[in-house]
Write a protein that binds this ligand. Structure first.
Ligand code: RB5
Length: 156
């Protein structure tokens, strides 16, 4: 599982990203896909393709399955609040999904918790803040050390 990256916010290397939503997060997902593609990231939109009602645990599982096959990738899950997606994703061993509502959350979710999925709420967070949070999440390295010891205790 991804533990560290050697770059900081100003560097230009690109991430592989798996992103999905339910109907409650569809518009923010659509916006973020365009935002991330415009920055050159390798974005895999796992749906849905339209805003029809769907069940967020199934969309969370699509992203967690993809991350378990590609441990260098990161995930983004969007629902109305971010909460249901995080609950569903965190059932999967090896997944550390963080609900984030501000840039400090996004930074520390990576630096201290080595989160591999950021969960966002379309009904909570505006598009501009969400884009900034995702940019920070993708570019912040895990600090390791005592934080690695602590996250390893999740599965003990
Ligand atoms: C759907 O109405 C809503 O419950 C869902 O998007 C999410 O917020 C659940 O946590």
């Amino acid at each position: 599982m991804r533990q560290n990256r050697t770059h900081n916010h100003s560097e230009k290397d690109m991430s592989t990203i798996y992103i999905a939503s339910d109907h409650g997060g569809f518009n923010l997902k659509t916006f973020l896909v365009q935002h991330l593609k415009s920055k050159g990231h390798d974005v895999h939109d796992l749906g849905p393709a339209d805003p029809a009602s769907c069940d967020y645990p199934l969309k969370a599982r699509d992203v967690t399955d993809a991350l378990l096959k590609n441990e260098e990738a990161l995930g983004i899950l969007v629902c109305g609040t971010g909460i249901g997606m995080s609950m569903a994703a965190n059932r999967v061993p090896g997944i550390r999904a963080a609900v984030c509502t501000n840039e400090f959350h996004a930074s520390y979710a990576r630096a201290h918790n080595n989160a591999n999925i950021i969960c966002l709420g379309e009904r909570v967070t505006g598009q501009g803040i969400a884009a900034d949070m995702v940019d920070i999440f993708l570019s912040t390295p895990f600090e390791g050390g005592r934080h690695l010891r602590r996250i390893n205790l999740f599965d003990k």
